[in-house]
Design a protein around this ligand. Structure first.
Ligand SMILES: Nc1ccn([C@@H]2O[C@H](COP(=O)(O)OP(=O)(O)OP(=O)(O)O)[C@@H](O)[C@H]2O)c(=O)n1
Ligand SMILES: C[C@](O)(CO)[C@H](O)COP(=O)(O)O
Length: 230
C-alpha cells in the first residue's frame, strides 16, 4: 500500500491574486480538494499528509476523506522543504519500503488509471517512477532579447508531472541529501537522480496539468466540468 504527500504551502506568486491557487475553485471545489479526492478515492492509497503554509487560514481542517486519514503539517520555504516536512509527519508504522506518492495540490485533474500505472511501475523499479509526458512541441532557447537563439533537440525529452512515487526510505535519503548540500530540486525525481539513480518515466495524461497561471485555471475548469457531465 502507499501514502500520498501533498505539498500545498505555496503562495501562487505566478498566478497572482490574494488567494493561494490551491484554494481557488474549479467545478465547484477548491483545487486541493480535487487533488485529495483523486488520491484518496484510489484503493491503493491509505492516507495523505498535506503540507500547509504556516497559519493557513483556508485549510478546511479535514482529518479524513473517503474514510482515510488526512494529516496536516507545516510546509517550508521551497516545495522540497514542504515535501520533506510531509514525509516527516507520516504516522508511525509506515515502513521504509512503503511507496509514497508526492502530488501537487495544484494538479486537480489526476485520474485513477494514471495512479494505478504509476504504482505498478514504482513497485517494479526500485529507483521509483514518475508520471511524465513526452515533449511534442519544437523547443526554442531564447537569447537576451527573447529571440530564438537555437532550437533544442527534443528527442528523449519528457515533461515531469506528479504524482512521483518513491519508497519512503529512498525519498527521505534523497531529500535530506539535497537539503544538506543546498541543492535546489524542483521535483522529487531530481533529488533521487542526484543519488545516481534513474527513476522510471510513466506516460501520464497531458490533461493532468498544474495550475500556475490564470489561463491554466480556465482550462482546468473546462476539463473538470467535462468530467462531471460525462
Ligand atoms: N514552499 C512551497 C512551494 C510550493 N508548494 C506547493 O508545491 C506545488 C507546486 O508548486 P508551484 O506550482 O510552484 O506553487 P507555488 O509555489 O504556489 O507557485 P509560485 O511558484 O507561482 O509561487 C503547489 O501545490 C504548491 O502549493 C509547497 O508546498 N511549498
Ligand atoms: C513537481 C513539478 O510539478 C513537476 O513538473 C514541478 O517541478 C513543480 O514546479 P513548481 O515551479 O514548484 O510549480
Amino acid at each position: 500500500m502507499s501514502w500520498a504527500l501533498v505539498p500545498a504551502a505555496g503562495s501562487g506568486r505566478r498566478f497572482g491574486g490574494e488567494v493561494p491557487k490551491q484554494y481557488l475553485h474549479a467545478a465547484g471545489k477548491p483545487l486541493i480538494e480535487h487533488a485529495l479526492d483523486a488520491l484518496l478515492a484510489h484503493p491503493r492509497i491509505d492516507g495523505a499528509v498535506v503540507a500547509l503554509a504556516e497559519g493557513d487560514p483556508r485549510w478546511p481542517g479535514w482529518t479524513s476523506l473517503h474514510g482515510k486519514p488526512v494529516i496536516a503539517c507545516i510546509g517550508g520555504g521551497e516545495r522540497a522543504d514542504s515535501v520533506l516536512a510531509a514525509l516527516r509527519a507520516l504516522p508511525d508504522g509506515v515502513a521504509d519500503d512503503e511507496l509514497l506518492l508526492v502530488h501537487d495540490a495544484a494538479r486537480p485533474n489526476l485520474r485513477g488509471d494514471d495512479i494505478d500505472r504509476l504504482i505498478d511501475a514504482a513497485m517494479i523499479c526500485a529507483d521509483g517512477a514518475i508520471l511524465a509526458a513526452p515533449v511534442r512541441d519544437t523547443l526554442k532557447r531564447a537569447d537576451a532579447e527573447v529571440h530564438i537563439a537555437v532550437t533544442e533537440p527534443r528527442g528523449g525529452l519528457w515533461r515531469a508531472l506528479t504524482p512521483q512515487a518513491f519508497r519512503r526510505g529512498l525519498l527521505l535519503r534523497a531529500l535530506e541529501a539535497a537539503r544538506a548540500t543546498g541543492a535546489a530540486v524542483t521535483d522529487e525525481a531530481m533529488a533521487v537522480e542526484r543519488l545516481g539513480l534513474h527513476p522510471a518515466l510513466v506516460e501520464g495524461r497531458e490533461d493532468n496539468l498544474k495550475v500556475t497561471t490564470p489561463a491554466d485555471l480556465a482550462l482546468v475548469e473546462f476539463l473538470l466540468q467535462s468530467r462531471l457531465s460525462s
